[in-house]
Design a protein around this ligand. Structure first.
Ligand SMILES: [Zn+2]
Length: 659
């Protein structure tokens, strides 16, 4: 993966939220090609689940706590967050309203380009409703006629709801009547085509003729046959279109100005009487948007596509400014280097320690999600419409898991640690509350922060165009949580966005690390080092002979331009074991048994391979940066350092008794 982008192009990430970079897992759909007919077939055994009625009663939700720190309290963010954590961890999320003096700049440019995500609102909860079946029948017929329907037709940047257009024309007396009497203005009103699109009538006419007329001119018998085919495929969970199994898919690249125009049109479609300026506060009641959204999501009658974008702010310099005059500690580009966050020793990791900029529009959402590393994160709404947040605390995980299993069994991955992939599902919070999930809600206004606590689940919904920015952080108390998360991820063969060993190693060698942090690092790092030494010795015992010590490389740190000691077995720190997907740091084993590219394993899995197939031994090369003596030395000096600090602090009589 190359990180170098042209200077005038914002760097893009796949992240919805921090740390989603490589976590998106498409396994939920398990679409494979059936060899016999080349069709895609889902391997999941799907269960049909009734959709419970949507009773949108907000009183079943709990208000997340809100904090109003004064100027004095609003100084060190990590210190402040540590102070309030115990009070609000049981809500999963909280909102922070900064003092009025906090007015940071937000740097964005109309020309800022990014790859937008397409979000299909009607597929957010259950994938296929009646509208999807009609659309599939239309698509199938077009395919039979060799008519290309990708990209889908748009007016004013908004995708036209083809089944809706078909119905609207039928309701007005059929295509003959509509074309003859030029009733496109009536059709446009029914479909709520944005009024700003001046050529909307002629566009509707040509879209209808190209994409729907062939389908409309089929006999009832032929259409019935087509629908029957689609229905029976639906029951067997076959689909012609792989994207139909996803609710969020990668869309096209667009500049911010285009995104904004689509956002403005989207708002005018659904709320035509609203002030649609992006920066002005809208008079729209967020609860009204919320109710309309969940109705669209659960009813699945209309075909609604909206967009969102996630942009790596690190190299582009968008979002919070990076210059010397903007060094407020709550500026997220400053916060990520706060003394209290152990992640700062890791250096810049896009989607994790480098803030991500999020652009949203009406009805664009962040699906239910939690950071797989158990990291807390913070989101600042720079400008635009309110964002509604839902949170479920870590303690409620099993209740939430049960509820999700009941409501969306096809989208939940058994008992894995990451049982909910990112960009997978939006479940109405009231439905979760009905299943006894303790769920909190808050409305973030522009200029406010939302904090998501370790291992909490969240989702959010935008009520209009907005720009926000988020970043992960980690107080030292996160270290044992992170250790448990990384272990679980490895057992489940799930990828991580960084190596925990690399983080621990960096903290141990970081002169800024306090003794309290080192005390938490030691009990995690020592067993890892012991295991590494043990594995190397076992590999030698089993006959591995090719060992290569790699030089310690130093890379310039992007933040301060100073050289940072980066020590890893991979050039860019992104190499993973092909079996457990662990990010490799201390060492990596390469198997060169085949002529083409070698296979990379962690030492544990290399040893397992050797035990299962002794013949691979001769093909294995182990690469490492630090030899065993260096590994031991790091642990020893960590122990010595902690001991010396403890001695210095202990009173004299106590000191003599311990000696
Ligand atoms: Zn492995």
């Amino acid at each position: 993966m190359t990180r170098k982008k042209s200077l005038n192009q914002a760097q893009e990430t796949n992240t919805k939220r921090p740390a989603r970079l490589e976590i998106k897992n498409t396994k939920t759909t398990n679409v494979v090609k059936s060899e016999a007919n080349g069709r895609k077939r889902s391997t999941n055994i799907k269960r049909t689940v009734e959709t419970p009625p949507l009773n949108y009663d907000l009183s079943s939700l709990i208000d997340a706590p809100v904090f109003h720190p004064d100027e004095k309290e609003f100084n060190d963010p990590i210190e402040y967050l540590e102070k309030i954590q115990h009070e609000c961890e049981r809500f999963g999320i909280c909102r922070i309203v900064p003092p009025a003096s906090f007015k940071p700049e937000c740097q964005v440019a109309d020309g800022m380009r990014f790859t937008a995500n397409n979000q299909y609102v009607h597929r957010m909860f259950r994938r296929r409703g009646t509208n999807s079946c009609i659309l599939e029948a239309i698509h199938r017929h077009l395919r039979e006629l060799n008519i290309n329907y990708q990209p889908p037709p748009c007016i004013g940047g908004i995708e036209v709801d083809l089944p809706g257009l078909y119905e609207a024309v039928q309701d007005l007396g059929g295509p003959g009547h509509v074309l003859e009497n030029n009733l496109w203005s009536k059709v446009a009103d029914t479909l709520k085509i944005p009024q700003g699109a001046h050529d909307r009538f002629s566009k509707l006419d040509s879209i209808y003729c190209k994409y729907l007329l062939p389908y409309a001119t089929l006999s009832d018998e032929e259409r019935k046959k087509l629908m029957h085919k689609i229905e029976s495929q639906k029951n067997r969970h076959l689909t012609d279109d792989e994207d139909e199994n996803e609710c969020v898919v990668k869309g096209s690249s667009m500049p911010l100005s285009t995104f904004y125009r689509i956002a403005r049109n989207t708002l005018s479609v659904w709320f035509p009487n609203t002030n649609s300026s992006a920066t002005d506060a809208s008079d729209l009641d967020p609860a009204q948007v919320e109710a309309a959204y969940w109705k669209l999501v659960t009813k699945r009658v209309a075909h609604v596509r909206v967009h969102s974008g996630n942009i790596d702010s690190g190299q582009s310099g968008y979002g919070f400014p990076c210059n010397k005059t903007s060094r407020h500690p709550w500026n997220l580009k400053v916060l990520t280097n706060n003394n209290g966050s152990v992640l700062r020793s890791l250096g810049p990791v896009p989607g994790c320690t480098v803030p991500t900029l999020h652009v949203s529009m009406l009805f664009s959402a962040s699906c239910w999600y939690r950071d797989p590393h158990g990291l807390p994160w913070i989101d600042y709404l720079h400008t635009g419409a309110d964002k509604i947040w839902y949170g479920v605390p870590s303690l409620q995980e099993s209740v939430l898991h049960q509820a999700m299993n009941k409501l969306v069994p096809d989208l939940v991955k058994g008992d894995k640690s990451v049982w909910l992939s990112s960009d997978t599902v939006m479940v109405p919070p009231t439905m979760l509350a009905d299943q006894k999930v303790s769920l909190s809600r808050t409305i973030q206004k522009s200029g406010q922060f939302v904090v998501v606590w370790p291992r909490a689940f969240t989702s959010s919904l935008s009520t209009g165009y907005s720009v926000s920015e988020s970043v992960c952080f980690a107080p030292m108390d996160w270290l044992p949580i992170g250790d448990a998360c990384f272990k679980e991820l490895r057992i489940n063969n799930e990828p991580t966005v960084f190596s925990l060993q690399q983080l621990l190693w960096s903290i141990a060698h970081d002169s800024r690390s306090t003794v309290n942090v080192l005390k938490r690092v030691l009990p995690i790092l020592k067993p890892d080092v012991d295991e590494e030494i043990q594995l190397r010795s076992s590999l030698r015992d089993f006959g591995v002979q090719q060992w290569r010590k790699l030089p310690v490389t130093s890379e310039p740190s992007s933040k301060d331009g100073k050289k940072r000691r980066q020590t890893s077995v991979t050039d860019d720190g992104e190499m993973e074991c092909e079996i457990c997907q662990a990010s490799l740091f201390f060492s990596r084993a390469e198997c060169h048994s085949k002529a083409d590219s070698p296979v990379t394993w962690c030492l544990m899995h290399a040893l397992k391979k050797i035990k299962d197939h002794p013949r691979v031994t001769q093909h294995i090369r182990v690469f490492y940066v630090h030899d065993e003596a260096e590994l031991r030395k790091t642990v020893q000096s960590l122990q010595d350092h902690i001991k010396s600090k403890a001695l210095r602090r202990a009173p004299a009589h106590h000191r003599s008794s311990t000696l």
